[in-house]
Ligand binder design. Structure first.
Ligand code: ADP
Length: 635
């Protein structure tokens, strides 16, 4: 069986030529020989030849031609008075020609109907093929050519299922059994195309027995469902993924049916309730009823765990069952639902199955299309976080308290540290006064001078206490224009006795005459006294016999530099790095506050203080200060 029965143009031309030759031969024999038989009957063969290739008109034309040739031969042979036998042969031949014409016309019509049906099969996108009782393809439509890549000519005569490597859901045997029992089979098969691609097809088989033959013809129609299957698989995967996410999210998820609630709210609006917020306050029972009407339709595993429920079937069915009684947020939720808000979030309290109260953040996402049958709420348990925050707050309060206590301790320690020097000076002057008194005769002038010095040191001690206290408690230091060299000289004067008691010699080299800085005299002097005392103490414990402190002031980039250099062991890189840290000390009785105070004081004067580390012992210590100049009159 061919998909189309019309031969090509060349074959048609050959057939027409053959038919014409045959007709000419019959005419010659019929006209020129006296065979005495109905030779003209053979014209039927001519009609049979052209019937397959010609149109309806062409069959009729050839028929008329054959009749005309028959009549011509008769006329030529017998004239008008033909013999009765010859006339009967003529009539017999004409009848045969007419009958053949009729049959050929019928066949032509049938063939056209068949071709129309075959064309229909070609229009469909489904792959349709027909196999005979030996499973050989005898028909293969265009859909099959497109889907599988083999043309009809290539597939014809081959076993379709070997060609397509068909894989059946169960087995070919099961298919055959179904065909034998019902004459039909339907199922999904996987087949390979010519280029090796696999397609999944929904296959429908129909078997019709050939009359008088075992087995029969099988018509198979295959619909390509590869894309649909892939889409279904993608959908299934996406659904699985969504489920996994839904179930395993760290956040609990509730799905609710809010339709009854929304219907009630709409009904209220229809009754003319304009101010819903006021209505909810006035009718708390309505709010309670609404709460009871929210149905929970699904929850994830996290929700089960959070609420202490074993399975979804046992989960609370309505919101009302686990919202804490005092929950006052529900009204807000109703208002959000009423005004079609896209989102609503609140902090709330839930009661678990065991009665434990949980603090949660609830966030509702209302679908924009108004579908309220499955509204999701995510519920984040923040009970632990709240607890930690509370603990944290408590710890912070305790820390604040401890810090205040420590500050008081630091202030006292700083005061103690800073008044050590004036106290030592008082003691030295008091001793000196005593020694002058013990002279015979007592040198009252010296006694007076020593007592005066002791009084100055005592006043200074009280100034220091006041300043340090106010400084540590963050009261702004005094700010006055100060000529730097006199401030330094005064500090030198205040420490000279103490330095002498450590065996140190002080060499001032002041070269910042007229330079002014803005600052607090007492605090800046305290810095210098600290640095000089540190230098003297460092040199006192060193093996070196030379104990000299050089105090230098000079003008530098927009300010004044003060260097305190000694001939002690100097700072190692480590002490240089840590020396400014509060409570860092290398001395047995040290407090580690002097340099920390110095840095703070210089800092509030917008200056800088630094230590030059010396590579090894014996390099000498050097601490440098820079303070911004207030005004620098021309030298
Ligand atoms: P304290 O004098 O109570 O130890 P400081 O803060 O004044 O506290 O000094 C911190 C440390 O810096 C000292 O313990 C000492 O190790 C080091 N230091 C300070 N001045 C000098 C110096 N001139 N030479 C060497 N080391 C010093």
């Amino acid at each position: 069986m061919r998909r189309t029965t019309t031969p090509g143009p060349f074959a048609s031309r050959c057939r027409y030529a053959g038919a014409a030759l045959l007709a000419a031969s019959i005419f010659t024999i019929d006209t020129l020989t006296a065979l005495g038989s109905a030779v003209a009957v053979l014209y039927a063969l001519v009609l049979i030849i052209v019937a397959d290739i010609g149109s309806r008109r062409s069959i009729l034309g050839w028929s008329l031609l054959c009749i005309a040739l028959t009549l011509t031969s008769f006329g030529y042979m017998h004239g008008l008075q033909g013999h009765i036998e010859a006339t009967l042969r003529l009539l017999f031949s004409l009848a045969a020609l007419l009958a053949t014409t009729f049959l050929m016309m019928r066949r032509h019509a049938d063939r056209q109907a068949l071709e129309a049906q075959a064309e229909l099969l070609n229009i469909t996108n489904d792959a349709i093929y027909l196999s005979d009782s030996t499973d050989q393809v005898i028909y293969w439509n265009r859909g099959a050519e497109v889907l599988y890549g083999w043309s009809f000519d290539e597939a014809q005569g081959r076993d379709a299922h070997q060609l397509l490597k068909t894989r059946f859901p169960q087995s070919r045997g099961a298919v055959e059994r179904s065909l034998a029992a019902t004459g039909a089979w339907e199922g999904e098969v996987i087949q390979s195309t010519r280029d090796g691609r696999e397609v999944t097809a929904l296959s429908r088989w129909l078997r019709r027995d050939d009359i008088g033959q075992r087995g029969g013809r099988t018509l198979e129609s295959n619909t390509d469902i590869t894309t649909r299957k892939a889409a279904e698989e993608a959908l299934r995967r996406s659904e699985r993924r969504y489920r996994t996410i839904f179930e395993n999210l760290a956040v609990a998820i509730w799905e609710h049916d809010l339709r009854p609630m929304k219907a009630e709210l709409d009904a209220l609006r229809a009754q003319g309730v304009d101010d819903l917020a006021a209505y909810l306050v006035r009718y708390p029972d309505f709010v309670r009823r609404m709460r009871a009407s929210v149905r929970i339709i699904d929850v994830n595993t996290t929700a089960l765990r959070m609420m202490g429920v074993a399975s979804k079937d046992e989960f609370f069915t309505s919101l009302d069952q686990f919202l804490a009684d005092e929950d006052a947020q529900f009204g807000g939720f109703l208002l959000a639902l009423d005004r079609d808000a896209p989102h609503w979030e609140t902090e709330s309290t839930l009661r678990t199955r065991s009665g434990e109260l949980l603090r949660v953040i609830v966030a509702f996402n209302f679908p924009g299309d108004g579908a309220l049958d499955c509204v999701q709420a995510s519920v984040l348990n923040i009970t632990e976080r709240v607890r930690v925050q509370e603990t944290l707050q408590r710890t912070r309060d305790q820390l604040d308290h401890a810090l205040r206590a420590a500050t008081i301790g630091e202030v006292s320690a700083s005061i103690a540290h800073e008044i050590n020097q004036p106290l030592a000076a008082i003691a030295i002057h008091a001793d000196a006064a005593g020694r002058w008194m013990d002279r015979d005769p007592p040198d009252l002038d010296e006694v007076r001078a020593s007592v005066r010095e002791a009084a100055v040191a005592a006043r200074r001690a009280s100034d220091v206490v006041r300043r340090v206290r106010s400084f540590m408690t963050k009261v702004e230091p005094e700010r006055a224009p100060l000529a730097i060299d006199p401030v330094v000289e005064e500090a030198v004067h205040l420490t000279r006795h103490e330095l002498a008691s450590h065996g140190a010699t002080l060499i001032p080299a002041l070269d910042a005459c007229g330079m002014l800085v803005q600052g607090d005299r007492i605090l800046l002097q305290q810095v210098l006294i600290n640095l000089m005392t540190n230098a003297a103490q460092a040199m006192a414990v060193s093996a070196s016999t030379e104990r000299t402190i050089r105090l230098l002031t000079r003008r530098v980039r927009g300010g004044v530099a003060i260097d305190v250099c000694d001939t002690g062991p100097g700072f190692t890189p480590e002490t240089a790095q840590k020396a400014f840290e509060p409570f860092f000390t290398t001395k047995a009785n040290g407090m580690g506050l002097g340099l920390a105070m110095c840095r703070t004081i210089i800092g509030v004067h917008e200056g800088e203080i630094s230590i030059a580390p010396t590579a090894g012992a014996g390099g000498g210590g050097r601490v440098s200060i820079w303070l911004p100049a207030l005004a620098a009159p021309a030298p």
